[in-house]
Design a protein around this ligand. Sequence first.
Ligand SMILES: C[S@@+](CC[C@H](N)C(=O)[O-])C[C@H]1O[C@@H](n2cnc3c(N)ncnc32)[C@H](O)[C@@H]1O
Length: 371
Amino acid sequence: MNKYILSTIAWVESIAKREILKQWWTIFKVKDRIIEFEWTDDVMIRVNLWSRVWNKVYKILTESENIDDFDKLYNLINNINLKNYFKKKFPLSIKVKSINSSLFSVPTIQKITTKAIINNLTNNSGERVKFDSNLEKFEIMILLINNKARILLNTSWDSLHKRGYRIETWDAPIKENLAAALVLLSWWKFNERFYDLFCGSWTIVIEAAMIAKNIAPGLKRKFAFNELWIINRDIYDKELIIAENKIFNGTYDIFASDIDSNILDIAKSNAKNAGVLDNIKFMNIDFTIYIKKKLKWTLVSNPPYWYRLNVDDLDYLYKNINKLLKENKNLKWWIITSYFLWFNKIIKLSNFKRRKLYNWWEKTYFYKKIN
Ligand SMILES: C[S@@+](CC[C@H](N)C(=O)[O-])C[C@H]1O[C@@H](n2cnc3c(N)ncnc32)[C@H](O)[C@@H]1O
């Protein structure tokens, strides 16, 4: 058994937990964007492969209480069997998070960690290690909370929101793991229609289609665990085959529209890479034409809230969104926006609930209609 830590985007821990329970039926510790679990390495592979809303999966290399001076930190790191993990001389990226602990100087912690790792890898011989700058950096995280130190190895590499299908981007795309969280929070039933009337580069509808088809989000990307230490490649290949066999080829009614078609080619190639191009219908249209149509089922959208629009335009746009929502009583809708001041002025708070979320570093609210 090994110990792992998952980091999630803020405020979606409940969704992350729901996803874990669905896959593994095991309860983990869930707190402040962190989920802890203990399992074998094959489960770590599966967690990386199936992560829809998480950011990174870290393996806890070692941990200890009372790490309140640099000698203790050095010894803790120097005693890890690091050669088990490094096949090649990867350059290091040492990240530090210190909360309420005696050691808090980030540069000094990084210096001590580097020294301890080099001495560890060279059997304390004093030999110089030349890291191979042609290789990608990998991350070691030093987490200090109330003097409890945890030395973590990032098994994912890039954050898991990077699925590998988005080759090109456009202005203001929503993060893939946030888009997946929105779809999951909407409780969309796959046999009903799903709309995004401000679809941009299609992130929300691509994630919706991947969820409906049960496509593992990590199928198209690479992971640190494949490069860093010798995991049994057969286990990974087996997990890939299991994931491929879990894909449903049902038909889904997923509808995307946008006033701008300049990004259509990018959106289509993203959807094709994700394996869902045939599942999405697109129209190049202004959303206001839907005000008088009787829309039903589920709408999840991320309308503009700042870029390229001035306040008057936004004012007009959100008034029309309000009309659309009022006219379409049978529509279950969820809107994510950071334009909350104005939004609050137009829509009566008593008619909806909101949940705070972060899109990249921007605070946004996800509004939900209350029936
Ligand atoms: C914040 S972006 C959506 C980004 C998208 N979620 C993504 O991940 O790429 C808002 C989108 O609303 C579109 N838009 C602006 N005004 C519109 C209108 N009147 N009707 C339809 N779409 C509109 C813009 O073209 C833009 O693509």
